[in-house]
Design a protein around this ligand. Sequence first.
Ligand code: NAP
Length: 273
Amino acid sequence: MEDKKRVVVTGSNKGIGYAIVERIAKEHPSYEIVMAVRTVSNGEEALKKLAGSIPDIDKRVKVEELDVSNFDSIHKFVSKIGPIDILINNAGIAAKGDNFDAKIVQDTFQTNFYGTIELSEKMIQNINTNGKIITVGSSAGKLEKIKDDKLKASFEDPKITRSQIFDLAKLYYDSVVDDTFEKKGFPKQGYAMSKLCINTYTRVLGQQKEVLDKNIQVYVFCPGWCRTDMAGDKAPKSAEDGADTCAYLVDLPWEINNDFQGKFFYERQVKPL
Ligand code: NAP
């Protein structure tokens, strides 16, 4: 019989987050899963849907309120959730089409970058020794999006610090506000930049003292282009396909592998950013 584990999946009422919950619930009957959702009624609807295919689901899967864009909501969640083994940062937003302005960049970063980091760092105290933090990043956030060599080198720097990544995120926002972002080598894509920043941050989080002291594994992965409300119905993969690399990371042995720690994964493999 497998050990009991407790897993939190953010933004799991639909899309890839829902598929991650379904996959873990099917493959690990002894795991308890918390669907952390911003609208509880949507989480409860999702739970009803899961009950159609998985017996006893309401005993193993719970719904809790969490708005990743809101620090008060994050702190409330952290103080009530208790110990867990795996945090899966799936919640994310993307502007539709080519919509782009400073407000969109700010909102996108608030969920995909600042909120995701706040939740990860505050949850470290709740994550049991040998636990995992798995973040859904994106191949949209690759270094090729940066057109200035010096700027690209800042993101690539193996010694980059947390505060330097925050400075780069602010530099991007400020350059959107004063319309110098293209001159600086940034893309006209707030979503891609938020994912480049969170992909890069994961490398730093994986080496943080508090994380290493508790032997916590840290990963970011791209699910691929999947048919969800975010990505539309033309994508080649299903949301279930998108959950596959996450399931692989969930199943990795409960100890840090230095070749994997803080790395970016795609289709179950470490890939360069
Ligand atoms: P989706 O169908 O739009 O689902 C996004 C989920 O995140 C929803 O449950 C949404 O909740 C939740 N969410 C958004 N903002 C939130 C917040 N502030 N607090 C809590 N939950 C929040 O999109 P998806 O395609 O499944 O995306 C899941 C993750 O995969 C995202 O991080 C996305 O960037 C990443 N990704 C997706 C693709 C793709 O092709 N689909 C590719 C690469 C990466 P509501 O229902 O309340 O809005």
